[in-house]
Design a protein around this ligand. Structure first.
Ligand code: HEC
Ligand code: HEC
Ligand code: HEC
Ligand code: HEC
Ligand code: HEC
Length: 267
């Protein structure tokens, strides 16, 4: 008989060997379990919440610095004053390029002199108009330099609405705070409000994939409305399956696989 068996026998005798009775070592083990599991779960929950708050609230706050526009601009007020709608200030030049954010030139006709008592207007006239200094507007939609974007292709040729890409800035009474990513220097409007990557509206975000997604849908639409024989469609489909992205339909293709695709937006 080994020493181990002897021990087991002694324990059985100690507890009187009654059937159904729980032996002390087991009770002790249970007590220990309960004693240590409580704090462990508690610490786990505290840790989980701490890291969620850190990741979802504190980190995004730290990641973006906030800047106020030099002058607050009221779109609603001005739309009632101008004759030509948005184009009074945001227009296409003769050569098809877009004027973008307005220059002083578009403001001086009305703001040569201070017209009202609004402190924003007084600041605007005193600091910029009378000194002939351009307002250093912060541009929410600014893309990095490597990206080529043309308003003519989208607004003139494709007939798209400003709201699709910019949201309702044109109907706002105040300019929102500009948020700049401290690491990349990108505007918050490029990477979007939601760090989880969720997107409700077309204008919530304007990253590479967002541009590409709309381009893909648009080409797919043209294909669908264009006249096509079943044989053509079958060939297109086979090309897509065998070699994604090389057929013009773009079905199943991505910005990463399309041939020469990069040079549409990166010149
Ligand atoms: C009287 C001039 C004026 C008119 C009219 C006007 N805007 Fe603006 N708009 C401005 C100024 C000034 C800014 C600069 C603020 C800034 O940097 O965003 C601006 C900024 C914008 C921006 C933000 C660009 C960016 O990414 O920073 C959008 C979008 C815009 N306007 C759309 C519109 C639309 C749509 C209309 C017509 C409904 C319109 N605007 C009419 C003067 C005007
Ligand atoms: C067609 C005339 C007209 C043009 C063009 C125009 N404004 Fe104004 N602007 C006005 C009027 C009118 C007011 C209201 C003045 C008041 O009674 O306070 C105003 C008010 C303002 C205010 C104060 C708004 C507020 O909410 O307190 C600012 C700032 C301003 N304009 C900036 C600009 C800038 C920048 C441009 C050029 C991009 C511009 N305006 C072009 C007519 C114009
Ligand atoms: C297909 C999407 C799209 C549409 C539609 C669109 N924009 Fe833009 N807009 C952009 C992008 C992207 C930029 C940034 C371009 C860059 O930084 O190179 C921009 C930039 C701007 C700017 C700032 C330009 C600057 O650098 O000074 C203004 C102002 C503006 N858009 C106004 C408008 C107005 C007004 C309309 C409607 C007539 C409109 N946009 C339609 C995507 C769009
Ligand atoms: C909501 C839809 C939409 C979004 C978002 C969009 N585009 Fe487009 N884009 C179009 C359409 C539609 C055309 C085609 C216009 C045409 O030539 O008929 C186009 C054309 C272009 C062209 C011209 C292509 C050529 O063949 O010359 C460029 C460049 C371009 N887009 C760049 C961009 C960039 C960069 C972005 C993102 C910052 C972007 N687009 C976002 C719809 C969109
Ligand atoms: C439909 C337009 C479009 C096409 C096509 C496209 N890009 Fe982009 N790309 C963008 C835009 C807009 C940005 C800036 C926003 C961002 O970082 O997502 C960007 C950013 C980038 C960046 C990061 C640059 C920086 O300074 O952060 C790289 C790298 C890049 N693109 C590579 C590519 C390559 C490689 C291809 C081809 C496989 C390609 N892109 C095709 C629109 C496009």
């Amino acid at each position: 008989m080994s020493a181990l068996d002897n021990n087991a026998k002694e324990i059985a005798e100690d507890t009187g060997g009654e059937s159904g009775a729980i032996s002390f070592p087991e009770i002790n083990a249970k007590k220990q379990d309960n004693g240590s599991a409580g704090p462990v779960i508690l610490f786990f929950i505290i840790g989980l919440f701490a890291s969620l708050i850190l990741g979802w609230i504190i980190f995004p706050k730290l990641l973006y610095s906030q800047k106020k526009q030099p002058i607050d601009f009221n779109h609603v007020l001005h739309m009632a004053e101008v004759d030509n709608g948005c184009e009074s200030c945001h227009f296409f030049r003769e050569d098809g390029t877009y004027s973008g954010v307005p220059k002083l030139e578009q403001c001086v006709d009305c703001h040569e002199e201070i017209q009202g008592i609004s402190p924003e207007e007084i600041k605007f006239v005193e600091e910029y108009v009378s000194k002939g200094r351009e307002v250093p507007w912060l541009i929410y939609s600014r893309q990095p330099d490597c990206v080529f974007f043309s308003h003519a292709a989208h607004v003139k040729i494709a007939g798209m609405d400003c709201v699709t890409c910019h949201g309702h800035i044109g109907e706002s009474e105040n300019l929102k705070i500009y948020e700049e990513n401290r690491i990349t220097g990108y505007s918050r409007d490029i990477w979007g409000k939601s760090i989880g990557g969720f997107k409700k509206n077309t204008w919530d975000r304007m990253k590479m994939d967002d541009c590409a997604q709309c381009h893909r849908e648009y080409t797919a639409n043209i294909e669908r409305t264009g006249v096509k024989t079943p044989t053509n469609r079958l060939i297109d489909h086979l090309v897509d399956v065998v070699s994604p992205g090389t057929s013009i339909s773009g079905k199943g293709s991505s910005v990463q696989t399309e041939r020469g695709a990069c040079f549409v937006c990166h010149k």
